[in-house]
Design a protein around this ligand. Structure first.
Ligand code: SF4
Length: 221
């Protein structure tokens, strides 16, 4: 593919967004939650785990621990048992309890609405903070880069970077800020339903005409 100018890439990105919106008009966060605390907990649990698996665990968890204070005061062993099936349960328990203690001590139990305050909770990385800000508060502070967003950004020729934070910076240059949160959902939905890690369905792909298919060896159009 000939080298694409930044302006041409921005324009192509606009077309990609339009194509993905048409394909997935209902794209949204697939972690079940009804408030910012629940989303924070679900996002911590989603590391190295599918959203489906997290959604099996969270109804009982949210019933048992309805507040940050409840997580902070919980028995670690009990919490570990409840989230065991999501993997890395000891570390996740530590992250949840560290974050919830900080919420109780510094934020009256409420989830703060800035990147810096969320990162300062402990156990909360930039990706988790972006998920919470974008989906619980409608604040577009960054682009969530998970495994799907990273893979599709490469195949679509939007970023050749490998590290999530570098990919995020490049996507923030290409995508209008008011679409940062939605853009992640669109790529995640496409990654789950069409642009699979192995054997992407390029012949059936809604945006194939806009995709250089970088690194894809499977049969194309
Ligand atoms: S054309 Fe293929 S590689 Fe490109 S987005 Fe579609 S499924 Fe993915």
């Amino acid at each position: 593919m000939p080298r694409e100018s930044k302006q041409a890439k921005q324009e192509r990105t606009q077309h990609l967004i339009a194509g993905l919106k048409a394909a997935y008009p209902d794209a949204h966060c697939e972690l079940d939650h009804s408030n910012a605390l629940e989303l924070l907990i679900a996002t911590i649990l989603s590391a190295q785990c599918t959203d489906k698996r997290v959604n099996l665990v969270t109804p009982g968890l949210f019933r048992k621990y309805p507040t940050a204070a409840a997580y902070a005061a919980a028995s670690s062993a009990e919490l570990e048992q409840m989230i065991k099936s999501t993997g890395f349960f000891r570390n996740k328990t530590k992250s949840i309890q560290a974050a919830c203690r900080a919420l109780v001590e510094n934020h009256a139990g409420k989830v703060p609405q800035t990147m810096d305050a969320l990162r300062a909770l402990g156990g909360v990385g930039r990706k988790t903070a972006n998920v919470v800000l974008g989906n619980a508060f409608n604040i577009n502070c960054g682009v969530v880069v998970d495994t799907h967003v990273a893979r599709l950004s490469g195949r679509l020729g939007l970023s050749a970077q490998k590290e999530p934070e570098k990919i995020e910076l490049e996507l923030m240059q290409l995508v209008p800020q008011d679409e940062w949160t939605l853009f992640s959902h669109l790529l995640i939905w496409h990654g789950r339903r069409r642009c699979f890690a192995r054997n992407p369905d390029c012949p059936g792909c809604e945006i194939r005409k806009l995709c250089p298919r970088i690194g894809v060896k499977a049969p194309g159009r």
